[in-house]
Design a protein around this ligand. Structure first.
Ligand code: NAD
Length: 289
């Protein structure tokens, strides 16, 4: 087991994270199970045996993630994969319907942006820290990252406006960093976008209201992750719609530019600017020097 792969599963104490933990533990991976739910996380680590351990981690805090990365590194001495899966939905309503009768000077309170902190900032923190730790992997530096976004990242719906935005941000992060991480860090990063999965994030009444064929089994999510994390899988920047039993690469459905070259140029890397922000050139073949 000493040379088996090491993975971090965030949000491991429930739903998809728990399913991912069980799947990869059964495949012989050594796993760090991160969650805010210590009781269930520790129970799961006991159930899965000595190659797994639980780390209490709030992914919305950089310091908490840094401590959890260090604990994982100290335990296993390498980190091959980050399964950045933890997520919540919004905690307050941007529509502020209940404040409709407020007087104009009676300004509603600021929104609770915990969803942005967990689903968006948590992924940014996790990716940056993964880059740092994966650089130190003995043998060959590098690794793999898979992030759980949502179909709502691509097709936003009115129930969760903040969540739509946080998950869309995650999709664009994956698309935006994939090429540089592959070339410069030997890190592959991909994104899984589930449909409706029967987990504790979903109200049971909503699950009951959905027809069976519109539910996505946990197995579809673990298959999507397993595909990305397979040794022979070299994809990066891929966005996978996971719906029902179907896993579809939706990258080819990227919007086309309506105004051709001038629009393409606006998002082509100009290396002096890249260097100004990041301290060295991008090394992208498409970059303008
Ligand atoms: N269930 C669905 O239908 C569905 C659909 C699309 C996307 N997703 C996404 O899938 C991922 C997994 O969700 P799930 O459905 O398994 O939900 P879940 O509620 O069953 O599990 C989420 C886990 O994340 C943990 N968590 C929450 N905040 C955390 C934090 N700050 N730090 C660390 N852990 C934290 C929770 O304790 C829980 O164990 C989420 O990113 C979610 O947004 C879910």
């Amino acid at each position: 087991m000493a040379d088996s792969k090491v993975g971090i599963v965030t949000g491991a104490a429930s739903g998809m994270g728990m399913a991912l933990a069980k799947h990869f533990a059964a495949q012989g991976w050594r796993l760090a199970l991160w969650d805010v739910n210590t009781k269930v996380g520790e129970e799961l680590a006991r159930e899965l045996g000595p190659n797994t351990f639980f780390v209490q981690c709030d992914v919305s805090s950089y310091d908490s993630q840094a401590r959890a990365y260090l604990a994982t590194w100290q335990k296993f001495g390498r980190i091959d994969a980050l399964l950045a899966n933890a997520g919540i939905v919004e905690r307050s309503s941007i529509f502020i319907f209940k404040y409709r009768s407020n007087k104009v000077e009676d300004v509603p309170p600021a929104p609770n942006l915990a969803c942005t902190d967990v689903d968006w900032k948590g992924v940014l923190y996790g990716v940056q820290l993964a880059i740092h730790f994966m650089r130190h992997n003995p043998g060959k530096p590098g690794g793999k990252i898979v992030v759980t976004a949502s179909n709502a990242a691509i097709h936003p719906h009115a129930s969760y406006p903040e969540y739509n935005g946080a998950k869309a941000a995650v999709v664009q992060l994956v698309r935006g960093v994939a090429e540089v991480l592959k070339i410069k860090e030997n890190i592959l990063i991909n994104c899984v976008c589930p449909g409706i999965v029967h987990t504790s994030i979903m109200p049971p009444e909503m699950v009951a209201a959905v027809s069976a064929e519109s539910l996505t089994p946990l197995d579809t999510i673990t298959r999507a992750y397993a595909g990305c994390l397979a040794d022979d899988d070299t994809r990066s920047g891929v966005i996978l719609e996971c719906s029902g039993t179907q896993i579809s690469d939706i990258e080819h459905e990227r919007l086309t530019f309506k105004n051709g070259v001038p629009s393409v140029r606006s998002v082509t890397v100009w290396d002096p600017l890249f260097k100004q922000i990041h301290g060295e050139p991008s090394e992208l073949p498409s970059a303008i020097l």
